[in-house]
Design a binder for this molecule. Sequence first.
Ligand SMILES: [Zn+2]
Length: 196
Amino acid sequence: MSTPMSAKRFLDALRDEGLSVVQVGEWSTHNRNHKGPWGPVHGVMIHHTVTRGTANTVRLCRDGHANLPGPLCHGVIAKDGKVHLVGFGRANHAGAGDDDVLRAVIAEKALPRDDEASTDGNRHFYGFECENLGDGEDPWPAVQLEAIAKAAAAVCRVHDWTHRSVIGHLEWQPGKVDPRGFTMASMRERVADLLR
Ligand SMILES: [Zn+2]
């Protein structure tokens, strides 16, 4: 079990990992903590946005939309590898997922198939939204994939987690397909390399 780190620690951890970070507005206090619990935290969740254009993507992830108020994650990882911080605390990114998966993440074991939406994920996961159309054709630039690995590794380092604490939305919530275009197994390998 881990208490969420502070916003300052989050920012420092990302920078210490060598990432270029953009702070968007009052990101450190922009959250959904008034709607539910934040923490204990158990892992990092990776998403794709199904959007085109960084400015538009960052705005959407910060503000959300009519049916889903923002923030929709903590950091937006753009195609150029920059990490835009849009919120910190409880965020609308993970939704309801599988409690068996959560148990596996906590134990840092291989993940079971996600076939239940029984558990509040927004409480337990840091979230990174990655700019991509999610159609399986939109390319993932090398610099963006590297940034995703570094962002995940940065969080794992603070909490003393392994690469097994990094999961994709598709591994959490039945019906989700993100991220699409790379495998989470390959991404976890990259995180493991960074943490070695
Ligand atoms: Zn997602």
